[in-house]
Ligand binder design. Structure first.
Ligand SMILES: [Zn+2]
Length: 174
């Protein structure tokens, strides 16, 4: 399970970019512990850089922090404000380049929005991410919800094709 990793925002992302809000904030330890508990693995072996993320497919969790609530217009969904605080987004990457390519995209501020999450990461880059090779995004969501430490935010977000989850975006109830 060495590949299950955590990394902070890359040095280059968002620092001098006026379109990006805020600075790099390290996720609080209670949040990390809660997340690791849900993922069923207590291994957190220092920082892992984007280049070290496996190019294989699997699931991932993004950790995002919003200083203030934001409302994002999503096609076919009613706009629902995402509150200030810590949020987790669960996704999967099974295309070319796997987890490494997808996570690199999520940390890049300039991109043409394709997924719902792009509209959020354009405004605010993730603070960190976990890669879970051969993991399943919906299984991650149910495990996080079952812990009662997280709740669904923005119904339908990232989940328009999902019949199981209300949303793939969750808010930490701290
Ligand atoms: Zn789902």
């Amino acid at each position: 399970m060495r590949e299950q990793g955590f990394f902070g925002r890359p040095e280059s992302a968002g620092r001098s970019d006026p379109t990006m809000e805020g600075s790099n904030i390290r996720p609080p330890q209670p949040l990390i512990q809660e997340l690791l508990g849900c993922l069923g693995n207590g291994l957190l072996s220092g920082g892992q850089m984007l280049g070290e993320i496996p190019a294989s497919g699997g699931a991932y969790v993004l950790l995002l922090h919003l200083e203030r609530a934001v409302t994002i217009e999503l096609p076919r969904l009613d706009p629902d404000p995402i509150p200030a605080g810590w949020h987790l987004y669960a996704g999967s990457a099974n295309g070319p380049g796997g987890l490494r390519a997808r996570l690199t995209r999520h940390f890049r501020p300039h991109k043409k929005p394709h997924w719902h999450i792009d509209r959020l990461t354009i405004i605010k880059a993730p603070e960190a991410a976990f890669s879970i090779p051969s993991g399943n995004e919906c299984a991650i969501v149910s495990s996080l919800i079952a812990s009662r430490a997280f709740r669904f935010t923005s119904p339908g977000f990232g989940a328009t094709d999902c019949r199981q989850c209300q949303s793939h975006l969750l808010t930490w109830r701290r």
